[in-house]
Ligand binder design. Sequence first.
Ligand SMILES: [Mn+2]
Length: 315
Amino acid sequence: MFEKIISKIEQYDSIVIFGHRNPDGDCYGSQIALRNILKAKYPSKNVYCVGSGLPKFFNIIGTMDVVSDETITESLAVLLDSNDLERSEDQRIYRALDFAKIDHHIDTFTFKEGPEVIDDKASSTCELIYLFAKENSFEIDLVSASALYLGMMTDTGRFQFANNFVKMFSIVRDLCDLGVDPVLLNKVNNLVPEISLDIKAFIYSRVVKRDDGIIYVVASKRDREILGVTSAQICSNTSLISYVANHPIWFIASETDNGGMQVEMRSSMYNVQEIAVHFGGGGHTFAAGFTIKTFSEEIINELISLCANTIKRGA
Ligand SMILES: [Mn+2]
């Protein structure tokens, strides 16, 4: 499955691993695990991961690397958990010498720079990195196993969502056999910053419940400035308005710093990925998002009517 990616990796002495903007547990975990696994297998190669990672895990799973522009221009870029170069948090990816990609998002056919492995049935990119290691008989050390566990746990909503539960749990079992400590990882993952109380209060005070089955929250830039939070921080709270009876689609829309709009959408039963694609975004069937250049009532109304049509169509 990964032959073409391995042959790229073998061609380069320097490899830089990139992930998406607003990195989550799967993005960070897959980057760290792939770096460590490749370093152990190819001690003479330089392997780095770039981006902001998940700082609360830095002292147990490891930190990101600081890499010069010059290094990137001499490296193979491996993009993880992202559709294309545009999604990369570190935009210096465009300067890399060559490219490869491993991802589990629905294919948008926008990555054309090199070989890729996409499996949108995989629970997480971490699951794919595990399979990559197994296929090539690369050793998975305890830290890498913990990083993979973190990504699988977070991208599946703590093992609630998967296309193949047997596969997911058999990998998780193997990671536990390698010594992973789920209690510790859960404790660190559960830790929230103090600001999260203010975000919760804001979201619950602004939630709109519609008769057509949509629940949503809109945050303007001014709202965010008063709270002192980023668009990504607001949008990462869709779980606060999730699974309310008779409301199968929910979303949070936030005005971005440059007057655009970031939206995260979820559904218990309808395809919201198609709606996200309509606005130039993507994701998974029941969890998708997009960012567009304009923040306006018209666009929010268009989004609401697409969601309402989806519910009406029953698709
Ligand atoms: Mn992911």
